[in-house]
Design a protein around this ligand. Structure first.
Ligand SMILES: *[C@@H]1O[C@H](CO)[C@@H](O)[C@H](O)[C@H]1NC(C)=O
Ligand SMILES: *[C@@H]1O[C@H](CO)[C@@H](O)[C@H](O)[C@H]1NC(C)=O
Length: 301
Protein backbone atom coordinates (compact mmCIF):
# COMPACT_ATOMS: atom_id res chain seq x y z
CA UNK A 1 0.00 0.00 0.00
CA UNK A 2 2.58 2.53 1.09
CA UNK A 3 5.07 2.22 -1.86
CA UNK A 4 2.21 2.49 -4.32
CA UNK A 5 0.89 5.75 -2.79
CA UNK A 6 4.42 7.09 -2.83
CA UNK A 7 4.71 6.46 -6.53
CA UNK A 8 1.41 8.23 -7.24
CA UNK A 9 2.53 11.23 -5.23
CA UNK A 10 5.84 11.41 -7.01
CA UNK A 11 4.43 11.34 -10.50
CA UNK A 12 3.00 14.89 -10.72
CA UNK A 13 6.20 16.20 -9.18
CA UNK A 14 8.32 14.54 -11.87
CA UNK A 15 6.02 15.97 -14.56
CA UNK A 16 6.34 19.45 -13.14
CA UNK A 17 10.13 19.28 -13.08
CA UNK A 18 10.08 17.95 -16.62
CA UNK A 19 8.03 20.89 -17.85
CA UNK A 20 10.01 23.63 -16.16
CA UNK A 21 13.24 22.04 -17.34
CA UNK A 22 12.21 22.09 -21.00
CA UNK A 23 11.25 25.81 -20.76
CA UNK A 24 14.75 26.74 -19.69
CA UNK A 25 16.61 24.18 -21.77
CA UNK A 26 20.02 25.52 -22.64
CA UNK A 27 21.41 26.45 -25.00
CA UNK A 28 18.33 28.24 -26.33
CA UNK A 29 17.33 27.64 -29.94
CA UNK A 30 18.55 30.31 -32.32
CA UNK A 31 16.28 32.18 -34.72
CA UNK A 32 16.48 32.66 -38.46
CA UNK A 33 14.93 35.55 -40.35
CA UNK A 34 15.10 35.79 -44.12
CA UNK A 35 13.65 38.41 -46.48
CA UNK A 36 12.38 38.84 -49.22
CA UNK A 37 9.48 38.63 -49.30
CA UNK A 38 9.34 41.73 -47.13
CA UNK A 39 6.23 41.11 -45.05
CA UNK A 40 4.38 42.81 -42.24
CA UNK A 41 6.60 40.97 -39.75
CA UNK A 42 8.85 44.01 -40.15
CA UNK A 43 7.61 47.26 -38.67
CA UNK A 44 8.16 50.64 -40.24
CA UNK A 45 8.13 53.43 -37.69
CA UNK A 46 8.81 57.10 -38.24
CA UNK A 47 9.90 60.00 -36.10
CA UNK A 48 6.70 60.96 -34.28
CA UNK A 49 8.03 64.41 -33.42
CA UNK A 50 8.52 65.33 -37.09
CA UNK A 51 6.19 67.99 -38.41
CA UNK A 52 4.64 65.83 -41.09
CA UNK A 53 1.44 64.15 -42.21
CA UNK A 54 3.42 61.23 -43.59
CA UNK A 55 2.46 57.71 -42.60
CA UNK A 56 4.96 54.83 -42.24
CA UNK A 57 3.51 53.27 -45.41
CA UNK A 58 4.49 56.43 -47.36
CA UNK A 59 8.09 55.99 -46.17
CA UNK A 60 8.85 52.27 -46.34
CA UNK A 61 7.31 51.28 -49.66
CA UNK A 62 7.23 47.61 -50.55
CA UNK A 63 8.21 46.93 -54.18
CA UNK A 64 6.76 44.45 -56.68
CA UNK A 65 6.33 40.92 -55.27
CA UNK A 66 7.63 42.27 -51.95
CA UNK A 67 11.17 41.74 -53.28
CA UNK A 68 12.50 45.08 -52.12
CA UNK A 69 11.80 47.94 -49.76
CA UNK A 70 12.19 51.50 -50.93
CA UNK A 71 13.06 53.98 -48.20
CA UNK A 72 12.48 57.63 -49.05
CA UNK A 73 10.19 60.50 -48.15
CA UNK A 74 9.05 63.76 -49.67
CA UNK A 75 10.27 65.42 -46.49
CA UNK A 76 13.37 65.15 -44.32
CA UNK A 77 12.64 62.41 -41.79
CA UNK A 78 14.17 59.45 -39.95
CA UNK A 79 12.65 56.00 -39.82
CA UNK A 80 13.15 52.51 -38.45
CA UNK A 81 12.50 49.32 -40.35
CA UNK A 82 12.84 46.60 -37.71
CA UNK A 83 11.60 43.11 -37.02
CA UNK A 84 8.34 43.33 -35.06
CA UNK A 85 9.26 41.03 -32.22
CA UNK A 86 12.14 41.32 -29.82
CA UNK A 87 14.96 38.86 -30.35
CA UNK A 88 16.71 37.10 -27.45
CA UNK A 89 20.43 37.92 -27.60
CA UNK A 90 21.64 36.90 -24.17
CA UNK A 91 20.23 35.44 -21.00
CA UNK A 92 21.41 36.66 -17.61
CA UNK A 93 23.35 34.12 -15.49
CA UNK A 94 22.81 31.31 -17.99
CA UNK A 95 26.39 30.82 -19.15
CA UNK A 96 25.16 31.18 -22.74
CA UNK A 97 24.83 34.05 -25.19
CA UNK A 98 23.87 34.38 -28.84
CA UNK A 99 26.35 34.84 -31.64
CA UNK A 100 24.66 36.45 -34.61
CA UNK A 101 25.12 36.82 -38.34
CA UNK A 102 23.34 39.28 -40.51
CA UNK A 103 23.58 40.15 -44.18
CA UNK A 104 21.80 42.80 -46.19
CA UNK A 105 22.00 44.29 -49.65
CA UNK A 106 21.36 48.00 -49.95
CA UNK A 107 21.66 50.61 -52.68
CA UNK A 108 21.77 54.39 -52.43
CA UNK A 109 20.06 55.30 -55.68
CA UNK A 110 20.11 58.81 -57.13
CA UNK A 111 17.04 59.86 -59.07
CA UNK A 112 15.78 62.28 -61.69
CA UNK A 113 17.93 65.22 -62.70
CA UNK A 114 20.63 64.20 -60.17
CA UNK A 115 21.50 61.41 -62.56
CA UNK A 116 21.20 63.62 -65.65
CA UNK A 117 23.45 66.37 -64.34
CA UNK A 118 25.87 63.95 -62.67
CA UNK A 119 25.24 65.26 -59.16
CA UNK A 120 27.08 63.04 -56.66
CA UNK A 121 26.31 65.08 -53.54
CA UNK A 122 25.06 62.91 -50.69
CA UNK A 123 21.36 62.54 -49.98
CA UNK A 124 19.94 61.44 -46.62
CA UNK A 125 22.25 60.32 -43.84
CA UNK A 126 22.82 56.68 -44.69
CA UNK A 127 21.55 53.54 -43.04
CA UNK A 128 22.49 51.56 -39.96
CA UNK A 129 21.87 47.98 -38.94
CA UNK A 130 20.75 48.49 -35.36
CA UNK A 131 20.05 46.53 -32.19
CA UNK A 132 17.81 48.71 -30.03
CA UNK A 133 15.67 48.49 -26.87
CA UNK A 134 12.58 49.94 -28.58
CA UNK A 135 11.41 51.28 -31.94
CA UNK A 136 11.36 54.92 -30.86
CA UNK A 137 12.92 56.82 -33.78
CA UNK A 138 15.48 59.45 -32.82
CA UNK A 139 14.79 63.00 -33.97
CA UNK A 140 18.32 64.39 -34.48
CA UNK A 141 19.99 65.24 -37.81
CA UNK A 142 21.26 63.09 -40.70
CA UNK A 143 24.36 61.78 -38.91
CA UNK A 144 22.16 60.22 -36.18
CA UNK A 145 20.39 57.72 -38.52
CA UNK A 146 17.24 57.99 -36.37
CA UNK A 147 18.97 55.87 -33.70
CA UNK A 148 18.57 58.36 -30.84
CA UNK A 149 18.77 62.07 -30.16
CA UNK A 150 22.40 63.17 -30.02
CA UNK A 151 24.63 65.86 -28.61
CA UNK A 152 25.77 67.52 -31.86
CA UNK A 153 29.24 68.22 -30.47
CA UNK A 154 30.09 64.72 -29.29
CA UNK A 155 27.69 62.38 -31.13
CA UNK A 156 26.71 60.88 -27.74
CA UNK A 157 23.13 59.74 -27.21
CA UNK A 158 20.89 61.97 -25.11
CA UNK A 159 18.92 58.93 -23.97
CA UNK A 160 21.53 58.11 -21.31
CA UNK A 161 21.32 54.65 -19.74
CA UNK A 162 18.24 53.82 -21.82
CA UNK A 163 20.15 53.99 -25.09
CA UNK A 164 21.32 50.35 -25.08
CA UNK A 165 22.11 50.45 -28.79
CA UNK A 166 24.68 48.81 -30.98
CA UNK A 167 24.70 49.83 -34.64
CA UNK A 168 26.79 49.39 -37.73
CA UNK A 169 26.41 52.55 -39.80
CA UNK A 170 26.94 53.06 -43.48
CA UNK A 171 27.39 56.80 -43.29
CA UNK A 172 26.79 58.99 -46.31
CA UNK A 173 25.62 62.08 -44.41
CA UNK A 174 27.11 65.39 -45.46
CA UNK A 175 30.06 66.05 -43.21
CA UNK A 176 32.46 67.96 -45.41
CA UNK A 177 31.64 71.40 -44.01
CA UNK A 178 30.61 70.59 -40.44
CA UNK A 179 33.31 68.47 -38.83
CA UNK A 180 31.43 68.22 -35.56
CA UNK A 181 32.53 65.09 -33.72
CA UNK A 182 35.34 64.16 -36.06
CA UNK A 183 33.84 61.17 -37.77
CA UNK A 184 35.89 60.26 -40.84
CA UNK A 185 34.97 61.62 -44.26
CA UNK A 186 31.99 59.94 -45.96
CA UNK A 187 31.32 57.37 -47.14
CA UNK A 188 32.43 55.15 -44.29
CA UNK A 189 31.33 52.15 -42.27
CA UNK A 190 31.44 52.43 -38.48
CA UNK A 191 30.54 50.69 -35.23
CA UNK A 192 28.33 52.78 -32.97
CA UNK A 193 27.94 52.02 -29.27
CA UNK A 194 25.41 54.37 -27.66
CA UNK A 195 26.94 57.17 -29.73
CA UNK A 196 27.17 58.00 -33.42
CA UNK A 197 30.80 58.95 -32.96
CA UNK A 198 31.92 55.55 -34.11
CA UNK A 199 34.12 53.37 -31.88
CA UNK A 200 35.78 52.14 -35.07
CA UNK A 201 35.37 53.21 -38.68
CA UNK A 202 36.79 52.55 -42.11
CA UNK A 203 36.51 54.48 -45.35
CA UNK A 204 34.46 53.14 -48.24
CA UNK A 205 36.34 55.19 -50.81
CA UNK A 206 34.57 57.99 -52.61
CA UNK A 207 30.84 58.64 -52.67
CA UNK A 208 30.92 58.18 -56.43
CA UNK A 209 32.27 54.65 -55.97
CA UNK A 210 29.36 53.47 -53.79
CA UNK A 211 26.35 55.42 -55.02
CA UNK A 212 23.93 53.63 -57.41
CA UNK A 213 25.61 50.30 -56.55
CA UNK A 214 24.29 47.32 -54.67
CA UNK A 215 26.35 46.89 -51.51
CA UNK A 216 26.28 43.59 -49.67
CA UNK A 217 27.04 44.05 -45.97
CA UNK A 218 27.94 41.11 -43.73
CA UNK A 219 28.00 41.57 -39.96
CA UNK A 220 29.11 38.70 -37.74
CA UNK A 221 29.28 38.69 -33.98
CA UNK A 222 31.02 35.89 -32.11
CA UNK A 223 29.84 35.95 -28.49
CA UNK A 224 32.62 33.59 -27.36
CA UNK A 225 35.44 35.61 -28.90
CA UNK A 226 33.58 38.91 -28.29
CA UNK A 227 34.46 39.83 -31.84
CA UNK A 228 32.40 41.87 -34.30
CA UNK A 229 33.35 41.72 -37.96
CA UNK A 230 31.96 43.80 -40.80
CA UNK A 231 32.53 42.82 -44.41
CA UNK A 232 31.39 44.60 -47.55
CA UNK A 233 31.13 43.68 -51.16
CA UNK A 234 30.22 46.05 -53.95
CA UNK A 235 28.06 44.00 -56.29
CA UNK A 236 28.01 46.47 -59.18
CA UNK A 237 25.43 48.87 -60.55
CA UNK A 238 21.98 48.22 -59.06
CA UNK A 239 20.49 48.73 -62.53
CA UNK A 240 22.20 45.77 -64.16
CA UNK A 241 24.45 43.71 -61.88
CA UNK A 242 23.99 39.94 -61.68
CA UNK A 243 26.68 39.41 -59.02
CA UNK A 244 25.37 37.55 -55.97
CA UNK A 245 26.46 38.34 -52.41
CA UNK A 246 29.30 36.12 -51.26
CA UNK A 247 30.86 36.55 -47.83
CA UNK A 248 33.99 34.69 -48.91
CA UNK A 249 34.87 37.36 -51.45
CA UNK A 250 33.67 40.31 -49.35
CA UNK A 251 36.38 42.53 -47.91
CA UNK A 252 36.87 42.78 -44.15
CA UNK A 253 36.47 46.45 -43.16
CA UNK A 254 36.15 46.18 -39.39
CA UNK A 255 37.50 43.63 -36.95
CA UNK A 256 36.37 44.88 -33.55
CA UNK A 257 37.51 43.04 -30.43
CA UNK A 258 36.40 43.00 -26.79
CA UNK A 259 32.81 43.73 -27.68
CA UNK A 260 30.55 42.17 -25.09
CA UNK A 261 27.07 42.59 -26.52
CA UNK A 262 25.48 41.71 -23.17
CA UNK A 263 27.10 44.81 -21.63
CA UNK A 264 25.48 47.04 -24.27
CA UNK A 265 22.01 45.87 -25.30
CA UNK A 266 18.99 44.40 -23.51
CA UNK A 267 18.71 40.58 -23.38
CA UNK A 268 15.70 40.95 -25.70
CA UNK A 269 16.15 43.67 -28.31
CA UNK A 270 14.79 44.79 -31.64
CA UNK A 271 16.90 44.18 -34.75
CA UNK A 272 16.72 45.83 -38.15
CA UNK A 273 17.45 49.17 -39.74
CA UNK A 274 17.49 52.81 -38.79
CA UNK A 275 17.96 55.55 -41.32
CA UNK A 276 17.79 59.25 -42.02
CA UNK A 277 16.01 59.02 -45.34
CA UNK A 278 16.72 60.86 -48.55
CA UNK A 279 14.12 63.12 -50.08
CA UNK A 280 12.35 61.45 -53.00
CA UNK A 281 13.44 64.07 -55.51
CA UNK A 282 17.09 63.25 -54.73
CA UNK A 283 16.92 59.50 -54.50
CA UNK A 284 16.00 56.48 -52.40
CA UNK A 285 17.66 53.76 -50.35
CA UNK A 286 16.61 50.31 -51.47
CA UNK A 287 16.89 47.13 -49.40
CA UNK A 288 16.95 43.96 -51.49
CA UNK A 289 17.81 41.28 -48.96
CA UNK A 290 18.00 40.81 -45.26
CA UNK A 291 19.01 37.73 -43.34
CA UNK A 292 19.52 37.52 -39.60
CA UNK A 293 20.26 34.48 -37.46
CA UNK A 294 21.43 33.64 -33.96
CA UNK A 295 23.32 30.65 -32.57
CA UNK A 296 23.66 30.12 -28.84
CA UNK A 297 27.13 29.38 -27.52
CA UNK A 298 28.56 28.81 -24.04
CA UNK A 299 30.35 31.86 -22.67
CA UNK A 300 32.62 32.25 -19.67
CA UNK A 301 31.23 35.61 -18.55
C1 LIG B 1 5.59 49.74 -35.02
O1 LIG B 1 5.55 51.02 -35.58
C2 LIG B 1 4.53 51.86 -35.09
C3 LIG B 1 4.58 53.17 -35.83
O2 LIG B 1 4.74 52.99 -37.15
C4 LIG B 1 4.72 52.08 -33.61
O3 LIG B 1 3.69 52.87 -33.10
C5 LIG B 1 4.77 50.74 -32.90
O4 LIG B 1 5.07 50.94 -31.55
C6 LIG B 1 5.80 49.84 -33.53
N1 LIG B 1 5.76 48.53 -32.94
C7 LIG B 1 6.58 48.13 -32.01
C8 LIG B 1 6.45 46.71 -31.60
O5 LIG B 1 7.41 48.86 -31.49
C1 LIG C 1 24.82 49.50 -65.95
O1 LIG C 1 24.17 50.58 -65.27
C2 LIG C 1 24.98 51.73 -65.14
C3 LIG C 1 24.22 52.72 -64.23
O2 LIG C 1 22.90 52.84 -64.58
C4 LIG C 1 25.35 52.30 -66.47
O3 LIG C 1 26.17 53.43 -66.30
C5 LIG C 1 26.10 51.23 -67.26
O4 LIG C 1 26.38 51.70 -68.55
C6 LIG C 1 25.26 49.96 -67.34
N1 LIG C 1 26.07 48.89 -67.95
C7 LIG C 1 25.56 48.06 -68.86
C8 LIG C 1 26.50 47.04 -69.39
O5 LIG C 1 24.40 48.13 -69.25
Amino acid sequence: MFPLAGRFLLMPLVLLIGVSHSVEALPLKGIQLSFPPFTSTINCSIDGSADTLLKPSDICTIGAQAKQVILSADNVISARYQYKKRVQLWLPRSGYAASFSTMFVVAFLRSGDRVEVGNFNSFGGGIAFAITPDQKVGSSGPESFGLFEIDDKTGMSLRGGNTKTLAVEIDISRRSTVQTFNDPQIPHVGIDINSVKSSAANSLGTFRQVVDRKLAVFIDYDAQKQLLQVRLQILGFAANTTVMPNKKTARLYLNYRNLRLSSIVNPESYVGFSSRLPEQENGAYVLYDWKFSTTWVPVSY
